[in-house]
Structure formats: C-alpha cells, structure tokens
Ligand binder design. Structure first.
Ligand code: ADP
Ligand code: MG
Ligand code: ZN
Length: 344
C-alpha cells in the first residue's frame, strides 16, 4: 500500500467555515527524517512518502564521536522544526551510516578508519530519546539498495546489486526481493572484495580491496601523488588558492587528455570491473546499479571489463546501470521508516 497515491491526513477535523477556503492548509504530508552519514558528508533530509526530498541539509562529517552525535542531533532538531513549517508529519527517523550495522538493535557494530570512533555505537537509544521518534538504522550500501528498490532502477527487480562509490565503496545485495544481511550483518561489504594479491593499503587494514583502487579516497591518493610530482594539472584543470586536491581533479585531468590521470581512472575501472565479475559469478543478479558521483565515469570501463573477463553466460544478460537518484542512501533510509510506520 506504499504505492498508493499521495496520502495526506488531517491534523484536526476541518471546521465547516474554513474547509472550503484552502484545504491544503490543514493537510499534512506523511514524511520521514532521513540521515546519511558518510566518511565525508553528513546529510539530513525530510522525505515524503513519494520519495520527494522536501528539505535537505549537508555538513562535513565530524571526526569524533561526540561532535558527530552533537551535530546529528542538532540537524535533526532543526529538521523537525522545518517539518512543522512544511506541514510534514514525521513518522520516524531512518539512518544510513557507514560501518556494519545490526538493524534489529539500531547499533553500529564496527567501522573502518573512514569513520573513526564509530564502533559499538547505539544510535537508536540516544536519538529516539532526544527526538521522541522511532529510529531505524542500516548500513549505507544497504540503504542505497533499498532506495533503488523503492524509487530507482531497482523497482520491480527481484535480484540486483548496488555499488555506491563515495569516500569508500559500499554495497547492497537484494536477493528474492530481500536485502542480504548475512549471519553477522557483514554481508555486502562489497568495497572489500579483493581484486589483487597485493595492491594498495585499504582503510579496512587489508590491501588490494576494490575500495583501495576505485573509491573517492583512492582517487584522491593518486591525485595527490600526481600533483606532488607536478603531473596533475593540465590546461583546463585549476586549483583555487588553498583548494585540496581530490578525485574530481584526476577525473577532469583524464578528460582533458592527461595520460597519467587517464591511467589512474582506467585502473579504477579495471578494479571495479573485476569486483563486478566476482559478483556476477557469485550471485547472478539481473542488474548492477552504480551510485555516487564517480559512477558515470566508471560505467563504460566496467562494462568493457565484464565483456573481457566474465563468463560469457554471466556477462550476456547483465545490465550495468548508473543510478538516476540524487540521494539513493537517504531515500533508502527514508523508505525503511515509511515501510514500517505505515505497515498494518
Ligand atoms: P560519503 O557518503 O562517503 O560522505 P559522498 O557520496 O558525499 O561521500 O562523496 C564524497 C566523495 O566523493 C569524496 O571522496 C569526494 O572527493 C568525491 N566527490 C564528490 N564530488 C565529486 C565529483 N564531482 N567528482 C568526483 N568525485 C567527487
Ligand atoms: Mg555515502
Ligand atoms: Zn578493504
């Protein structure tokens, strides 16, 4: 029944003399507060049952536990007053976060160095007691898959996988219409698929994981190396005074014909393509949905690696797509709330 058209409910019964004036005035939109906590950005949004982002705030993710929780609570409080202004009825809070998450307990079990001081963290208890709302939590890769399933290119697909490339790489696996969480909530850690016996150090403590080649942080590492050797900037790529070198600059430089930058992007595509080959051979999904700013730069390279290296039977039917959602993880976090809170 989540597919029903716009559902609005009365705040109070309409009085006879005002009802004809402006019916919208006394109607409210059923909505969720959604949080997406990544290695770089912390976002909070108000999202309607139809998946419209009605209001969004974004801040850099603070580095300590205390600062992170303080900022998160402040942003949520601000969002609840914004919801009143917008006549949104908030049904609950959905939190998408990096790290392994026990969604039954609302706990972050463990995170890599991308999110420090973020292991054995109870998110549900402090947030629900401060905001007086029910709280649901899941891993950001899983949330991205839920977002795609409800509002994006996963709609109507029973077996698909999302890969979300941000600071790190997250994954979500939907099989038979259900997210795969695994025995200890560690399934779909797709950023840590090994694509090399050695390879660069990964934030997880291992080396040669796909995240260590193809994530935002990996491209930034390579960008800094090139920049230090004076090999990054070409005509058309500029660094403003005090601007940090990031993956974006490698992408720009590669597009403008910088051969060393092209090589970095090619290697990132090769690594991601190999990881996808392993997924095809393990799960045989119908779709792979690539999410995040880097996805459009990787998709052609990934398709090419699959044609070259996957089993022909696995490669022949797979559809590799780029997400068309602005915020798959935020939308997925919202969808958990909307799904549970309206279940009868
Ligand atoms: P997270 O969820 O991990 O906080 P985001 O999805 O917000 O991450 O993306 C942040 C990462 O993406 C950073 O590594 C940043 O450098 C990179 N990034 C952001 N915008 C772009 C862009 N236009 N092109 C390439 N990389 C980008
Ligand atoms: Mg993210
Ligand atoms: Zn790793």
């Amino acid at each position: 029944d989540l597919e029903k058209p716009i559902q609005k409910s009365f705040i109070f019964p309409p009085m006879k003399d005002t009802v004809s004036q402006d019916i919208d005035h006394i109607l409210e939109t059923q909505s969720a507060l959604a949080v997406d906590l990544g290695g770089t950005n912390l976002r909070v949004a108000i999202i309607s049952q139809q998946g419209e982002i009605l209001h969004k705030m974004s801040e850099l993710t603070p580095v300590t536990y205390e600062q992170r929780m303080d900022l998160l609570v402040r942003m949520l409080v601000e969002a609840t007053s914004k919801a009143v202004e917008l006549s949104c009825r908030i049904l609950g809070i959905g939190i998408s976060t990096g790290g392994r998450v026990n969604p039954h307990e609302g706990m972050v079990l463990h995170s890599t160095k991308i999110l420090e001081e973020w292991s054995s963290i109870d998110l549900r208890t402090p947030i629900s007691s401060k905001l007086h709302l029910p709280v649901w939590v899941d891993n950001d890769g899983n949330c991205a898959a839920l977002g795609e399933k409800k509002f994006g290119k996963g709609k109507g697909s029973e077996d698909f996988i999302t890969l979300i490339v941000g600071t790190g790489i997250g994954g979500g696996i939907v099989l038979n219409n259900e997210l795969v969480h695994g025995a200890n909530f560690c399934a779909a850690e797709l950023g840590h698929i090994s694509v090399s016996m050695d390879g660069p150090d990964c934030m997880c403590g291992s080396s040669g994981c796909v995240e260590s080649y193809s994530s935002g942080i990996a491209l930034q590492r390579e960008a800094k190396k090139l920049h230090d050797a004076d090999e990054l900037l070409v005509p058309g790529v500029h660094l403003r005074e005090g601007e940090e070198v990031t993956g974006k600059h490698v992408i720009q430089a590669a597009q403008l014909g910088n051969k060393k930058a092209e090589k970095v992007v090619e290697t990132a595509c090769e690594a991601l393509g190999l990881a996808v080959c392993s997924l095809l051979h393990t799960v045989n999904p119908s779709h792979i949905i690539l999410c995040g700013h880097l996805a459009p730069h990787y998709v052609d390279g990934v398709r090419e690696v699959i044609q070259r290296r996957a089993l022909p039977s696995a490669a022949s039917s797979i559809q590799i797509m780029v997400s068309d959602l602005e915020e798959p993880a935020l939308l997925g976090a919202a969808s958990i709330v909307l799904e549970y809170a309206t279940r009868r």
